[in-house]
Design a protein around this ligand. Structure first.
Ligand code: NAP
Ligand code: GLV
Length: 317
């Protein structure tokens, strides 16, 4: 079995290749480099250049080292026919759901207890911050909405609900989780958003969801609501967020993902005290669980079995 591997993070490649070689001892694992069009049974990739998909013999599936496949599908949209006609398989959870839940819980509690305002007061007062309690938001009316109820959103919604927060979910198809109020489809989006105090985004980036975090969306949330974007920068209309924060319509935002990454030094978000920035770390791809899942799927494909995580190219996720 021949496996082609690629990541743009060249320093990480040796550890991945060693892990794959351990998990699949009969496989020959090689790092793709420009000009390599030799045959391979499987490609295991993160953000590959289009050139990696030049015609090659034997390819049976492409595994993506992440949950989101928007970068690969963008290659196909730019140049139809770029992606080979084989299953494109994404990671399903592999330890990311737990990381997302940690991030979402941290952020929800930080805003509910108004710790962000104490931090701001300390930073801005140079030792002279008012010694004054702020009334925390009431848990029972701190309505949280989770956009996207997939491998990650489901665990995030359940975990937030387990804290006693009132949680709503939004997905494309109808889904239910105990203790979470479910909404689905565009027609139900306004009811989902209505009066939310905290909106957490875990949608995939597709033509349908691009720009969903916009002025109209913000106008339906509670006044002084909070936004947490953990999915993709393309979901957010940045100038609408800047306006909503300036107008006080939104109280604060925590952003892990951006239209341009790394976020350029001159970007206004860096200088907005109500915007908390993290560098696309809300859920990192964990090597060992990812290799384990891909290995199990390669074995299942070899037995002719169905596997999960195959991307529907028309839906875009
Ligand atoms: P997933 O399992 O594919 O779930 C996607 C969810 O979004 C599903 O519930 C789906 O609805 C819903 N959805 C898709 N299109 C929709 C639409 N037009 N309207 C309403 N709901 C829609 O994805 P996942 O594994 O949970 O990952 C979600 C995203 O998180 C990824 O695509 C990626 O962009 C992002 N992510 C970010 C990081 C990071 O570090 N920042 C890490 C990993 C992933 P159905 O249930 O009806 O299909
Ligand atoms: C990371 O952003 C992923 O999609 O896994």
């Amino acid at each position: 079995m021949r496996i082609l591997f690629y990541t743009p993070h060249a320093d990480d490649a040796p550890a991945w290749i060693a892990s794959l070689a351990r998990a699949l001892p009969f496989a020959e694992v090689r790092l793709w480099s420009p000009g390599d069009t030799a045959s391979a049974d499987y490609a295991i990739v993160w953000r590959p250049p289009a050139e990696l998909f030049a015609p090659r013999e034997g390819l049976r599936a492409v595994f993506v080292l992440g949950a989101g496949v928007d970068a690969l599908l963008a290659l196909e949209r730019r140049e139809p026919g770029t992606l080979p006609n084989v299953p494109l398989v994404r990671l399903e959870d592999t330890g990311m759901a737990e990381q997302m839940a940690e991030y979402a819980v941290h952020t929800a509690l930080r805003y509910m207890r108004r710790f962000d305002e104490y931090e701001l007061a300390q930073r801005e007062s140079a030792g002279n911050a008012p010694w004054q309690a702020l009334e925390p938001h009431r848990r029972e009316s701190f309505h949280v909405g989770v956009l996207g109820l997939g491998a990650l959103g489901t665990h995030v919604a359940k975990t937030l609900a387990s804290l006693g927060l009132p949680v709503r979910s939004y997905s494309r198809s109808t889904k239910t989780i105990d203790g979470v109020t479910a909404f689905s489809g565009r027609a139900e989006l306004p009811a989902f958003l209505d009066g939310l105090k905290l909106l957490v985004n875990l949608l995939p980036s597709t033509p349908d969801t691009e720009g969903i975090l916009n002025r109209d969306t913000f106008s339906l949330l509670a006044h002084g609501a909070y936004l947490v974007n953990l999915a993709r920068g393309a979901h957010l209309v940045e100038h609408d967020l800047i306006d909503a924060l300036d107008e006080g319509r939104l109280a604060a935002a925590t952003l892990d993902v951006f239209a341009h990454e790394p976020l350029p030094a001159e970007h206004p978000f860096w200088r907005m005290p109500r915007v908390t920035i993290t560098p696309h770390i809300s859920a990192l791809t964990l090597r060992e669980p990812a290799v384990e899942q891909i290995t199990r799927k390669i074995e299942a494909l070899a037995r002719g079995e169905r596997i999960g995580g195959i991307v529907d190219l028309l839906r875009g996720y």
